[in-house]
Design a protein around this ligand. Structure first.
Ligand SMILES: NC(=O)c1ccc[n+]([C@@H]2O[C@H](COP(=O)([O-])OP(=O)(O)OC[C@H]3O[C@@H](n4cnc5c(N)ncnc54)[C@H](OP(=O)(O)O)[C@@H]3O)[C@@H](O)[C@H]2O)c1
Length: 236
């Protein structure tokens, strides 16, 4: 049993989730990763377990067993960009998969977490600036992230004793950003800007996001419910 607590985090096979899982283990947390694919990098690591779960399968979401302790933190991180097309061309099944993964699964997991988990707890959502800016081509993604920001806002009022936050990570150098750069201008008019941000070295490292989020988790001085991770200074 760790002094720090237990972290349950979804979407740990790559990107931000993998960086948070690694950093949490290095910082003395017991970590339960949840997702379709376990990260090879963490195979056999102490204090690490992986629960295979396709989060678009709601029966699997509802059956997930939480690994808890005296202090347990849920990080709803798994996400998808969803269909990157003009709204009229978005396939119904792609819209549904995006909403299931980005909205329904984190809401169902969080509802169960709040009801079932005893002891101190905290809840985080990987939100996005796309929740607050209309980005042509990203109708499903923007709508899904706006929904999860507002969900966090409502829960934070309902459970003032539980830290509940959605953090905006910025543009982070992950497979999702590579996917964005591989879209067409026709489907995603801003693609050139994202390519330029990558080529000029302006993407945030996933490890930086992880370090800042762990600082927030460990601190008594919490930011607002929805906050940009860039405002967090781990050395302060
Ligand atoms: N990168 C950015 O610039 C950026 C900016 C703002 C917000 N975000 C958010 O950050 C979060 C992490 O994204 P990322 O950038 O780190 O991209 P990523 O590397 O593509 O990570 C996405 C994660 O979600 C998991 N996932 C996808 N479909 C799943 C499913 N059906 N069931 C379970 N897990 C599933 C993936 O694992 P498997 O495919 O192995 O299942 C992967 O671990 C997302 O919520 C994203 O919206 C990213």
């Amino acid at each position: 049993m760790s002094d720090k607590g237990n972290i349950i985090i979804t979407g740990v096979s790559s990107g931000i989730g993998l960086a948070i899982a690694k950093a949490a283990l290095e910082n003395g947390y017991v970590v339960q990763g949840v997702g379709r694919n376990a990260p090879e990098a963490l195979e056999g690591a102490d204090c690490w377990s992986f629960s295979a779960c396709d989060l678009t399968d709601l029966a699997a979401v509802d059956a997930l067993k939480f690994q808890t302790g005296a202090h347990t933190i849920l990080i709803n991180n798994a996400g998808t960009l969803g269909p990157v097309v003009q709204g009229e061309n978005a396939m119904g099944s792609d819209i549904e998969a995006c909403m299931l993964l980005n909205v329904t699964a984190p809401m169902r997991l969080t509802a169960r977490f709040l009801k079932e988990v005893e002891g101190d707890k905290q809840v985080y959502f990987t939100g996005s600036g796309a929740a607050q800016y209309a980005i042509p081509g990203w109708s499903a993604y923007c709508a899904s992230k706006a929904a999860i920001h507002m969900y966090a806002e409502v829960l934070a009022q309902e459970y003032p004793q539980v830290p509940i936050h959605a953090f905006k990570p910025g543009k982070v150098d992950t497979p999702m950003q590579a996917q964005i750069r591989n879209t067409t201008t026709e489907n995603f008019p801003s693609v050139a800007h994202f390519i330029e941000e990558y080529e000029t070295g302006n993407l945030v490292k996933p490890e930086t996001v992880a370090e800042r989020l762990l600082h927030v988790i460990a601190s008594d001085d919490k930011p607002g419910v929805v906050f940009p991770i860039s405002q967090i200074n781990p050395t302060s």
